[in-house]
Design a protein around this ligand. Structure first.
Ligand code: PLP
Length: 454
């Protein structure tokens, strides 16, 4: 019964990313989800909700796709598991490696499969250190990430994440991680700056940091093509090519974290191609299987791959791998998912319907006195709330305005995400969203904003 499940939940289940006060007060569970179809989920009480955030921006093909669940079942019957150590493989993991590399940017050489975005970033940082050790420069170790970047919540990846919540009380960040300015034009330090001037400012900040620390101590820079959890913020004009130039000048590797953007969310297969950058490493997860099974991919660029292979005689076996690396069930889900993305034209739909979502949201809310900005790229959209537009005055965080609007949207049948820092409503629907469903998201957002803020 519902009552029994609620009791078991309260007594046993330590939920992730949850206010622990909820457990102390004996509250919960929030919602027990039982099914899903297309962009909708259904809970145990029979309530249907339009999921405007695709779970955690991951159910890219939408819910209830039998092509994927049947592929998973078939794989589970035939071979639920064999490991990938020492050159072993399953048909599914080998086939998926080919499919990923066929879609990856041109300069990429190999794919390493893990389980989720955090471990894929962990792999990438370890490969960078390994690479610099092979090259005989062990002091080139620091990693630069951006404030407001999100790269996971492990010890290294939580350090790379540039959000205070992930550091405080955990004694993070680790010493090898340093942060630079977020490319967040709406929150630029000086309102008179043009976008191009702000880009120049971010680049100058990065250069100054590199000079201060010493280029010989810096191994890599990591960033999401579009800042995700930090506020859904597309980069200002010319940002990525300018950053790449600085990194190249100082022989600093580039890790592009495409956990959200990989496999179509920006309306391009990869964000790196979308913004014309050449990564040394790509991190991906979510969209690789549309979250039907856990799987991540660390994609290694040619210049690193050549060096990594060179180290083998001296270093022996690579001391890095998990029991579940390249899990056959995850791989089977990945194959069916990538086939479905192609068959349904979801990358194109992300570009087209995503642009429609952002433009209709802007028409509906762009003039509201408490909406500072409506922004987006592909199937990503954000509405940033402000106390006053003039002078860009923000609400006090304790008022929780963004969370209140999101709660009012939920009452009206649409899930949006209150982004963790600032009063920002986040949208990342499945890539199969239709214009009618986009209209529903927009009208519910407008009604909820009006209900809470007037
Ligand atoms: N990198 C980015 C850009 C993400 O958005 C996330 C998760 O949201 C991660 C890494 C971490 O992925 P995971 O939660 O699968 O460990």
């Amino acid at each position: 019964t519902n009552d029994q499940l609620a009791k078991w939940d309260r007594e046993n289940f330590f939920h992730p990313s949850t206010n622990l006060g909820q457990f102390a007060r004996g509250e919960g569970p929030q919602r027990i989800v039982t099914g899903g179809s297309g962009v909708h989920i259904t809970d145990r009480d029979g309530t249907q909700l339009l999921d405007g955030f695709a779970g955690l921006y991951c159910v890219n093909v939408g819910y209830g796709r039998t092509e994927i669940s049947e592929a998973i079942a078939k794989q589970a019957h035939e071979l639920a598991y064999y490991h990938a150590y020492a050159g072993h493989g399953s048909e599914a993991s080998i086939t998926l490696s080919k499919m990923v590399m066929d879609r990856a940017p041109k300069n990429m050489a190999r794919v390493y499969f893990g389980l989720g975005g955090s471990d894929a970033n962990e792999t990438n940082i370890k490969l960078i250190w390994y690479y610099n050790n092979i090259l005989g420069r062990p002091e080139k170790k620091k990693i630069i990430s951006r404030w407001r970047g999100y790269h996971g919540s492990g010890l290294m990846t939580g350090s790379l994440t540039g959000l205070e919540l992930f550091h405080k009380k955990f004694d993070l960040p680790l010493a090898q991680v340093i942060h630079t300015e977020a490319p967040y034009y709406f929150r630029r330090p000086d309102l008179t700056m043009s976008e191009a001037q702000f880009t120049a400012h971010c680049v100058a900040e990065l250069e100054a940091l590199i000079e201060r620390e010493g280029p010989d101590t810096i191994a890599a820079f990591i960033g999401e093509p579009v800042l995700g959890t930090g506020g859904i913020v597309p980069p200002p004009e010319g940002y990525w090519p300018a950053i790449q130039e600085v990194l190249d000048k100082h022989d600093i590797l580039l890790v592009v974290d495409e956990v959200v953007t990989g496999f179509g969310r920006l309306g391009s297969m990869f964000g790196s191609d979308h913004y014309g950058v050449k990564p040394d490493l790509i991190t991906s997860a979510k969209g690789l299987t549309s979250a039907y099974a856990p799987l991540s991919a660390s994609i290694v660029g040619q210049r690193m791959w050549d060096v990594l292979c060179r180290g083998t005689d001296e270093y022996g076996v690579l001391g890095h791998g998990w029991t579940y690396s390249a899990h056959p069930i995850g791989a089977a889900a990945g194959i069916a998912n990538l086939e479905l993305i192609d068959k349904l034209g979801l990358v194109e739909n992300a570009a087209k319907t995503g642009a429609y979502l952002v433009s209709t949201m802007r028409e509906a809310l762009g003039d509201h006195p408490n909406v500072g900005e409506v922004r987006g790229e592909g199937m990503l959209c954000a509405v940033e709330l402000v106390a006053e537009r003039d002078g860009r005055r923000f609400f006090d965080a304790s008022e929780g305005k963004g969370a209140k609007v999101v709660a009012a949207m939920l009452e009206r049948g649409v899930i949006a995400r209150a982004m963790p820092q600032g009063d920002i409503l986040g949208f990342a629907p499945p890539l199969c969203l239709t214009t009618e469903e986009a209209d529903k998201i927009v009208s519910v957002t407008r009604d909820a904003v009006t209900a809470i803020l007037g």
